[in-house]
Design a protein around this ligand. Structure first.
Ligand code: FAD
Length: 546
């Protein structure tokens, strides 16, 4: 009988899973997950996310058991573990999805390909939905994304037959995986839970989502991000569920559905950017921003991390992140205000911020996190925009995001007595620090700095010469602070799988196509030209905090 190993990574589901479905149709299946030390001990790995992942694996195991199978757990370096498994179980080969989240994964997968080929063993890679090796212009990718989302879902296999003589390791404790629980409340990591969240969103939140997604206290977003990160539900299933959901003929609901689908597309778009340019994990998009201008101050970094900056909305975000892992509680806008403060106002390299986020976010996803950090720091969309988005963390942010002050008061109880109208710049308060910086002064310094840096390539047609290249050594950022399993990156990296774009051999048309990924596709006006229409009720506009 045919036998196939299915290697699960960030695709912890049985539905809409092509490798599993195809393997089950061929014959026996060995569904395997490998606990990989290099990822468990990566400086950007957080205990809460590992805990959530283990819960996702347990639920994947339960789903497989309902189909007659089970999940086989192994630990070690997949480059050694997987060829051994194929040989020992006499499997025909491995089926797996490609993954472009991290450089480490792509180095490992290139080495695995070599190790298998050296022993004449086989692996078949599948492309995850909305991931492509072809360099497309962004407008075309957008169209293609919608086509991909409309393709029928792959059904769950009717049965998964696992050979009885294949044994894995027992379930590890978090401590065995090298982490200690840090008390963050954990969502349930299962497909059923993700589907419930989506149903709940459609039934209870969709009429408010578009307008209230910037209010942390409204908790109006789906809460799907950790599930999407680990592939517990496919993005295509999410999109199709939303498209089928009853909008009750309500334009507010239609607008929210549209917005949510766009956001799901953004998430995939960031992963696609990483597929083209894996260096974005370690570097800014444009070289100039890494070469010049950042400062670092340990005491200020700690004040930002622990929520002692004297800016209440920033401090509330800081404490919320550490206590909850951001799940549902730290929405996009609050993350943006919090991140902009570190890089734009404190002038610190965005990579320190992205590192801290990744260590705490339950939904931490490297392409989204790193690219969002770089965007909020003003170092991405700057080819044809002369303006800079720097959030004002004072009363403007409070009025627009937390008008009643409930988010701030929950996380900064020292300010419980302060009226909301003063929460932007609270009066001196026992136990709460004075502001650590002058917003206007730091903002103006940053704007000047960015303008100087951008000057050299503003309105440039070909941005490729200005893009950062893949470094020769790919040691993860943060290794010196938190340690890391670096055996894999001790030598210069020779190959990645999937391969990256070679920026030095692109055709002129490819350079133009690549550029379309790094310009803003919505025409947002700079603040001085922005016209507020008096007739538009305030809750029909998306919030701007510029
Ligand atoms: C500095 C910064 C760092 C971030 N880091 C992460 C991260 O590590 N992981 C992560 O999933 N999101 C990240 N985001 C994006 C966004 O804040 C979260 O996706 C959102 O808060 C997750 O909650 P939700 O699933 O309830 O959101 P919903 O609004 O319900 O969105 C549903 C899904 O759409 C996608 N999505 C939503 N907003 C965005 C966005 N702005 N950019 C890209 N994809 C989006 C996500 O997959 C999300 O799960 C970051 C944003 C910023 C500003």
């Amino acid at each position: 009988m045919n036998r196939t190993v299915v290697w699960f990574r960030r695709d912890l589901r049985i539905y809409d899973h092509e490798p599993l479905w195809r393997a089950a149709r061929r014959g026996e299946v060995i569904p395997v997950f490998v606990f990989d030390r290099a990822l468990l001990h990566h400086p950007e790995t957080g205990a809460a996310r590992v805990e959530f992942m283990v819960n996702c694996l347990q639920n994947l195991d339960a789903d497989l058991q309902r189909l007659g199978g089970r999940l086989v757990l192994l630990s070690g370096d997949p480059v050694e573990v997987l060829p051994r498994l194929v040989v020992e179980t006499q499997a025909d080969g491995i089926y797996s999805y490609t993954d472009c989240e991290r450089i480490y994964g792509r180095v490992r997968d290139a080495r695995l390909n070599q190790a298998l080929a050296a022993r004449q063993l086989k692996i078949r890679w599948f492309e995850p939905t909305a991931s492509t090796g072809e360099l497309m212009a962004y407008p075309r990718y957008r169209q293609w994304w919608y086509q991909e989302m409309a393709r029928p879902l792959v059904p769950a296999p009717a049965r998964v037959e696992v050979p009885p003589d294949v044994h894995g390791e027992p379930w590890p404790t978090l401590a065995k995986l090298g982490h200690q629980a840090d008390g963050k409340p954990q969502p349930v990591g299962s497909t059923a839970a993700a589907r419930r969240l989506l149903r709940q969103f459609c039934a209870e939140k969709a009429d408010r989502y578009y307008w209230q997604l910037s209010y942390p206290s409204a908790e109006v977003t789906t809460g799907l991000s950790p599930h999407i990160k680990f592939g517990v539900i496919s993005v295509r299933e999410c999109v199709q569920t939303i498209r089928r959901a009853d909008d009750r003929g309500d334009r507010r609901i239609q607008r929210s559905y549209h917005q949510l689908i766009s956001r799901l597309r953004w998430g995939n778009g960031f992963t696609q950017r990483f597929r083209y340019l894996p260096q974005l994990e370690l570097r800014s998009l444009y070289r100039i921003f890494d070469d010049d201008g950042w400062v670092f101050d340990e005491a200020l970094y700690q004040a930002w991390q622990t929520g002692h900056t004297g800016f209440p909305i920033v401090d509330a975000a800081a404490r919320c992140l550490q206590a909850t892992g951001g799940y549902l509680a730290l929405n996009f806008r609050t993350r943006a205000i919090y991140s902009s403060f570190l890089s734009n106002l404190l002038g610190m390299d965005w990579r320190y911020g992205a590192l801290h986020f990744m260590r705490h976010l339950i939904d931490g996803d490297c392409p989204i996190d790193h690219y969002q950090w770089a965007m909020q720091s003003g170092v991405t969309h700057c080819v044809d925009k002369t303006w800079t988005r720097i959030y004002n963390p004072q009363q403007v942010a409070v009025d627009r995001c937390d008008p009643e002050g409930s988010f701030i008061k929950r996380w900064v109880p020292e300010l419980a007595h302060v009226p909301p109208a003063q929460l932007g710049q609270p009066p001196p308060t026992q136990g709460y620090p004075a502001p650590i910086l002058d917003y206007r002064e730091m903002r103006s310094l940053r704007v000047q700095q960015l303008e100087q840096q951008r000057h050299q390539f503003l309105n440039t047609d070909n941005v490729v010469p200005h893009l950062g290249r893949m470094p020769k050594m790919v040691t993860p950022f943060g290794t010196e602070r938190y340690g890391s399993e670096t055996a894999w990156c001790a030598e210069e990296v020779s190959q990645l799988f999937p391969i990256a774009l070679d920026l030095d051999s692109l055709e002129p048309q490819q350079c133009l196509d690549l550029r379309t990924w790094f310009v803003a596709h919505v025409d947002i006006m700079p603040p001085k030209n922005r016209q507020r229409t008096q007739t538009t009720p305030s809750d029909t506009e998306q919030l701007s905090l510029l």
